[in-house]
Design a protein around this ligand. Sequence first.
Ligand SMILES: NC(=O)C1=CN([C@@H]2O[C@H](COP(=O)(O)OP(=O)(O)OC[C@H]3O[C@@H](n4cnc5c(N)ncnc54)[C@H](OP(=O)(O)O)[C@@H]3O)[C@@H](O)[C@H]2O)C=CC1
Ligand SMILES: O=C([O-])C1=[NH+]CCC1
Length: 168
Amino acid sequence: MGSTPPAFIGAEEVEKHLHRASLLLPALEAALANFSAGAAGGVVQPVRTVLPVPRHSGYLGVMPAYSAADDALTTKLVTFYEHLKDSSVPSHQATVLLFDPSNGTLKAVLDGSVITAKRTAAVSAIATKLLMPPFAEVLCILGAGVQAYSHYDIFTELFTFKEVRITS
Ligand SMILES: NC(=O)C1=CN([C@@H]2O[C@H](COP(=O)(O)OP(=O)(O)OC[C@H]3O[C@@H](n4cnc5c(N)ncnc54)[C@H](OP(=O)(O)O)[C@@H]3O)[C@@H](O)[C@H]2O)C=CC1
Ligand SMILES: O=C([O-])C1=[NH+]CCC1
């Protein structure tokens, strides 16, 4: 680690800068295009490593990535647990580490839970923009947790539905 300690950017601050998931759309569309371009797109993103924690019905996912276009080096660490007894603990918790790609110094530790909620919904919205039949008028959401809220927010911002059905 360099002499300057990494910045810590908590959930509230991430939320402040990312109050709408749709703010992510241009960057994510570019990132998806770069990823899909293969080697020419300059994205190195190995398949996520998932470490099971069977004693506690949990998993730890490690998700490193480098983007040459953005010169960005990062890793997301995400834990996800089934059947948590304490309902105040979210089923999914994440942290994003941001490195200086020129020398490997850790620059920032960011709350990854808000990022995960908004990024996942924004990518779903991009896919939906391309695939949704023009006559679709009902939005159906399975589950009523974190992702349901973030998907509801961006889908109702970007598209028009006559009805929203949520089942959980
Ligand atoms: N691809 C990606 O990048 C990501 C994918 N995910 C995935 O998205 C899903 C939702 O995540 P998240 O919203 O954070 O999780 P939450 O735990 O916040 O919410 C899950 C919701 O699903 C409900 N549920 C569970 N089982 C069923 C079922 N059989 N039928 C209908 N509803 C059900 C739960 O209800 P109850 O509380 O009553 O059990 C709860 O409302 C998970 O599968 C998660 O792994 C999440 C983050 C990123
Ligand atoms: O990408 C992610 O954060 C996750 N995918 C499935 C569980 C969490």
